[in-house]
Design a binder for this molecule. Structure first.
Ligand code: GLV
Length: 340
């Protein structure tokens, strides 16, 4: 008796070896443990004949890629953000899209505070000064910064991560928390977070620390630009944990240089891993390379969830965290399933 051919999946970037091993229990796996950054053409070439793909947030999956990969049935992103996916195009093509929400919430919120504390208290700027051998004596105003406890925290984007940040600010640091979001939270959730809904303008004008955790979309592009920076207090800090493009990085660098706001902490950048050259030359910004979810248990949980989504869909037509569940069982999906 001939055995049915196992589905084939491609893992587009290097990942924990245990995840690759787990996938090999179910699939023929093409890996990229050498972590070569594939061009779009190389991605399409590697996807040929593949039924599933494991992506990490940087691989663009759009109508062109889908048309060039007729066997592809599911793409699982190891990220909560999915702005690398054209979800409507995936739905139209009958390809399931999944992301990795929930498992990174608390770790990312912790990092929001790491960045906020480092920025408000000038941790990296003062460390550079010390390492450069400039520290010769104590001074009353040396690296004087802003308080975090008891201050006003303004959160733009109040999904799971925004709420986890609000809880930390309210319960841990005694902050007054205000937020702005597409929709107002229900009263019980607001109370649990100790957060009040305000307009964007009120948030920008009243917050001592502004934290951005809104997903990236055409609508959220440059949520913070020159006009918004001009509304912030000169003593305020701005933290971007969400995605490059939500802040106009050139306008931010200009505001930091002119000190129209005090400081910024950025984990994400427009066009990353490139960083706007002006941000590299202003001292009052803390820069980290997109590591907000980077702890071993959390990255493992994100990778496991992406792998579970591939296994679930390709073996049992179900997924834990689908972005377009209407694909499951749709005519377009059946058509793809019928292809070898
Ligand atoms: C990280 O940026 C993510 O979207 O998970």
């Amino acid at each position: 008796m001939t055995q049915a051919r196992r589905p084939k999946v491609v893992v587009c970037r290097a990942i924990f070896p245990a995840i690759i091993e787990g996938l090999r229990q179910h699939f023929e796996v093409v890996d990229n443990q050498a972590d070569v950054m594939w061009t779009r053409e190389q991605l399409v070439a590697h996807l040929q004949g593949c039924h599933g793909a494991f992506t990490t947030g940087g691989e663009r999956i759009d109508a062109g890629v889908l048309a060039a990969c007729p066997q592809l049935r599911v793409v699982a992103n190891m990220a909560v953000g999915y702005n690398n996916f054209d979800v409507p195009a995936m739905t139209a093509a009958g390809v399931l899209a999944t992301n990795a929400p929930g498992v990174l919430t608390e770790t990312t919120a912790d990092f929001g505070f790491a960045l906020l504390m480092a920025t408000a208290r000038r941790v990296t700027e003062s460390e550079h000064y010390l390492r450069a051998g400039h520290w010769t004596r104590w001074r009353y105003d040396m690296f004087i910064g802003a308080d975090v406890h008891g201050s006003t925290l303004g959160i733009i984007g109040m999904g799971r991560i925004g709420q986890a940040i609000a809880r930390r600010g309210h319960h841990g640091f005694g902050m007054r928390v205000v937020y702005h979001n597409r929709s107002k939270l229900d009263a019980a959730t607001e109370a649990a977070c100790g957060a009040s809904y305000v307009s964007k303008a009120e948030l920008l004008q009243s917050a001592d620390h502004v934290m951005l955790v809104v997903p990236y979309s055409a609508e959220s592009h440059h949520t913070i630009g020159a006009a918004e920076l001009a509304q912030m207090k000169p003593s305020a800090t701005l933290i971007n944990l969400a995605r490059g493009g939500i802040v106009d990085d050139a306008a931010l660098a200009a505001a930091l240089r002119a000190q129209t706001i005090a400081a910024a902490g950025l984990d994400v950048f427009e066009g990353e891993p490139k960083v706007h050259p002006d941000l590299l030359t202003v001292p009052n910004v803390v820069l980290t390379p997109h590591i907000a979810s980077a702890t071993t248990p959390t990255r493992m949980a994100m990778a496991s969830l992406a792998a579970d989504n591939l296994v679930g869909y390709l073996t049992a037509r179900q997924a834990k965290t689908p972005l377009n569940p209407e694909v499951i069982g749709s005519a377009a999906a059946q058509e793809r399933m019928a292809r070898a």
